[in-house]
Design a protein around this ligand. Structure first.
Ligand code: NDP
Length: 462
């Protein structure tokens, strides 16, 4: 008889957990997975997927407006929020069902329950049942936090609620200037909201390259978003017909909804981890080694709950490689270097590798190549739109250290560029690549003139 009920028990049916469960089962492990909500996790149910659908919906507004410059006469366009929400719901349900079907096909036992860790090899379900497992994976993700701690912050919503609001918010205020605040601000202003974004810093998108921050701020301003840097809310109150937000500059803004997009924290509370001996860091994230194993050798963790790089494809890779390591006979650590990402504002920001500030801190000589231009489509449409492309190069080895793009479909472009950067391509190899004309991305292989060279501690022009 087997020593344990299962070989692998996965807590959490999101991107990382589902991938790990499926791959482990394919390797022949006996696998169970507990998910008390819908299968698919934040990304599928109330994150990346529905967000991208809303972004697509929002961009029709630009297309309708741009069409006139190309000779089209478009009648008055009307947008239906209930129709978009219903369409989104159908697609999310379809994807969640596919997740379930794939798990079932792989032979994974699914428990629609909350699970807690009772010990290094023991899981408790909220039915009272207990399961013993050779290995346990915690893949519970993260949840939104509401900041700042001001009177009335409980009146705000998070990205969890915004997709299914019963009424479209004609006036929206977002707190924060990270991925979530800006993606929703950019989508909702195009769907017809009056949008205000308040944030405590000088620049949006902390940690991004400064040219992307500046270019995106300008574009969001052009889209009609009221950006309020160096501003914090002090109180939110309910008033007739909506919410009044008091700001620390003495002004107030009246809106229908306040979106708190002020970060996410690992979902580790109440899981029994500390009692089982699993070490957490100060933020509550699970500490893991490069194979995603915790301080308890039989307990592992992947995805947002470990607070490494909180992106879906990273969680998926961590889950996949963990399953290979535990059940596939191959030790496989996740490489977290040069992870590309995109911010799905309009225009998008696509980024891979180091920012200029980071590159200058880590390398003795950094060459900067930069191009800012009006995309071809904006000529006839008359849209005030700017594309910015930037390549950072190690001035000694010629290796490309980072690429940053602000522009149409920057997410698609950066995915392809990331292959070259991941392979360690040099600027000379970028230059040797033939351009595709006419595209915006051809700039990446035609930028010949250095904009600046930074030698450690000294800035000199090209
Ligand atoms: P981010 O960490 O990107 O941004 C958080 C924002 O909240 C920042 O502007 C931050 O300000 C602000 N903030 C934090 N604490 C406070 C406070 N006490 N008072 C006022 N402002 C505060 O988090 P998001 O919520 O936007 O997104 C969460 C995570 O989800 C992201 O980090 C990302 O990993 C993931 N995500 C990825 C997406 C993608 O890949 N396209 C899309 C959406 C989410 P400051 O900068 O000053 O610290």
């Amino acid at each position: 008889m087997a020593e344990h009920d299962v070989d692998f028990f996965v807590i959490g049916g999101g991107s990382g957990g589902v991938r790990a469960a499926r791959i482990a089962a394919n390797h022949g492990a006996r696998v169970a997975l507990a998910e008390s909500y819908r299968l698919g996790g934040t990304c599928v149910i109330r994150g990346c997927v529905p967000k991208k659908l809303y972004v697509y919906a929002s961009r029709f507004a630009d297309d309708f407006a741009d069409a006139a410059g190309f000779g089209w006469e478009v009648g008055a366009a009307r947008f239906s929020w209930p129709k978009l929400v219903a369409g989104k719901e159908a697609e999310v349900s379809r994807l969640s069902d596919i997740y379930r079907a794939n798990l079932v096909k792989a032979g994974v036992t699914i428990h629609a329950n909350r699970a807690t860790v009772l010990g290094p090899n023991r899981i408790g379900l909220d039915t009272g049942a207990e399961v013993s497992a050779r290995h346990i994976l915690v893949a519970t993700g993260s949840h939104p936090v509401f900041h700042p701690d001001i009177p009335g912050i409980d009146l705000a919503i998070s990205s969890n609620e915004i997709f299914d609001l019963p009424a479209f918010p004609k006036r929206l205020l977002a707190i924060g200037s990270g991925y979530i605040a800006l993606e929703f601000a950019s989508a909702f202003v195009r769907l017809g909201s009056a949008v205000t974004v308040v944030y405590r810093g000088d620049a949006v998108l902390r940690g991004f390259d400064h040219d992307m921050q500046a270019g995106l701020s300008e574009a969001l301003g052009h889209a009609g978003i009221d950006l309020r840097p160096r501003t914090s809310p002090t109180r939110i109150e309910r008033v007739d017909g909506g919410l009044r937000v008091h700001l620390d500059d003495g002004t107030t803004v009246e809106v229908d909804q306040v979106l708190a997009a002020t970060g996410r924290v690992p979902l580790t509370a109440g899981l029994g981890l500390e009692a089982a001996g699993v070490q957490l860091d100060a933020s509550g994230a699970i500490r893991v080694d490069r194979f995603s194993t915790t301080s308890v050798p039989s307990i592992h963790a992947v995805g947002d709950v470990t607070d490494r790089i909180n992106l879906t494809p990273v969680a998926i890779r961590e889950g996949h490689l963990l399953a290979d390591t535990l059940f596939g006979g191959r030790d496989r650590a996740t490489d977290h270097a040069n992870v590309a990402s995109a911010v799905f504002t309009t225009p998008e920001v696509g980024t891979v590798g180091l920012t200029e500030a980071d590159a200058r801190e880590r390398f003795d000589v950094v060459d900067v190549y930069k191009a800012a231009f009006r995309p071809m489509k904006a000529t006839l449409s008359g849209r005030a739109e700017k594309t910015v492309m930037k390549i950072l190069v190690d001035g000694i080895t010629d290796r490309v250290l980072g690429v940053h793009i602000l522009g149409h479909e920057a997410g698609e472009v950066i995915q392809a560029v990331a292959i070259a950067v991941h392979m360690g391509a040099t600027k000379a190899q970028f230059d040797a690549t033939m351009a595709v004309h006419p595209t915006a991305a051809e700039e990446l292989v035609t930028m010949r003139t250095r904009t600046a060279r930074h030698t450690r501690g000294v800035a000199e022009a090209a």
